[in-house]
Design a protein around this ligand. Structure first.
Ligand code: SF4
Length: 337
């Protein structure tokens, strides 16, 4: 697919692209140099990027100066890395990915399939006439779709609900963008994880402290380790920890499991405040309902592995063996520990 020419406006919107590095080198600057006091506007924008990401879960899309916007991205990465806090790294990466998603959904140019090919190394093919009335504008190879659809839990991503044609799955442009968002999130997160912490002066160390103070409290962990919680429950906890949306069924399973594992309603509610749409009253009602303190006053059982699988929230690994219920995973690993 022919690449469009990317300008500085594009780099300001999509700063994770390799061209950002080339652009900065073209200015004859290193990332360390951009963090110096004379680039205070860049530092201010980098700081607001990070603080917005941590507090609101999103990053403002408006910018008044392309160069400041472009340079602020690598500086924000330096600041985030310096916190050395996993929860902050994930939350920031997700907010950057959401910002990109907002831009892409407003794009008039055919940049979405191009970006998809650049980032995922998969070329989406234009769907044939007739599919457009279903908004199925593109198709991607079945194997690539399957590899990625597993991370989504709404039924529309299940293969039985998809249109398949000769080894390809038809997708909407919005779905291409959703897949891109996940990939960009992973890309930024792994870039942060593999980068090294650079030496910061006192001014920057103060900024990092400010960032750490602005971060929402890390949800109380219930000792997530492979010998204790099954992969499905661990997945729900990880999504919560990184401020991501946990699908309805994942929340139900996690809550039922933790209640059966002896955690209190308050213990479980304490896990949620990192989630952007957290509403304590609603969460409390739901948790108390599952605990049998409201409604029919019957505590819900932990669903079977089969039921969890059919609700698309099973993340089986070899430790699951042949268990029929996640509670058996706990007993099994307890026995072995
Ligand atoms: S097999 Fe059961 S315990 Fe293991 S991840 Fe799937 S649902 Fe959870």
């Amino acid at each position: 697919m022919k690449l469009v020419e990317l300008g500085t406006e594009d780099l300001a919107r999509y700063p994770f692209l390799d061209e950002t590095g080339e652009y900065i080198r073209g200015l004859d600057l290193s990332v360390e140099e951009i963090t110096r006091a004379e680039y205070h506007e860049v530092l201010e924008r980098a700081k607001s990027r990070v603080i917005d990401a941590l507090k609101k879960g999103t990053i403002a899309c408006e910018f008044y100066n392309r160069e400041i916007e472009i340079l602020s991205f690598p500086v924000a990465l330096v600041l985030i890395k310096a916190t050395k806090i996993e929860h902050i790294i994930s939350r920031y990466a997700l907010a950057e990915a959401k910002r990109v998603e907002t831009f892409l959904l407003k794009e008039k140019r055919p940049i979405i399939p191009i970006m998809f090919e650049r980032v995922l190394n998969i070329e989406p093919i234009k769907a044939r006439d007739g599919f457009d009335r279903l908004h199925l504008e593109y198709k991607i190879p079945l194997v690539d779709f399957l590899k990625r659809a597993v991370q989504f839990h709404t039924t529309s991503w299940r293969l039985v609900n998809r249109v398949i044609e000769e080894g390809f799955v038809l997708v909407t442009t919005t779905e291409l963008v959703r897949l891109l968002r996940e990939e960009i999130y992973e890309m930024i997160r792994s870039r942060l994880k593999s980068s090294s912490v650079i030496k910061l002066d006192q001014r920057l160390r103060d900024t990092v402290d400010e960032i750490i103070r602005a971060a929402p409290p890390i949800p109380a962990k219930f000792g997530i380790f492979s010998g204790e919680y099954p992969p499905c429950v661990t997945k729900a906890l990880e999504l919560l920890e990184t401020g991501q949306n946990v699908p309805h069924y994942g929340r139900f399973l996690m809550t039922a499991f933790l209640l059966h594992a002896g955690k209190s309603v308050d213990n479980i509610i304490d896990l949620y405040p990192g989630v952007p749409d957290f509403k304590e009253r609603v969460t409390r009602y739901q948790v108390e309902h599952i605990a049998g303190l409201r409604g029919g006053r019957t505590a819900y059982s932990v669903p079977s592995c089969n039921t969890i699988l059919s609700n698309n929230f099973c993340f089986r690994n070899h430790n699951c063996g042949t268990i029929k219920n996640p509670l058996q995973f706990r007993r099994r690993t307890k026995k072995n520990s």
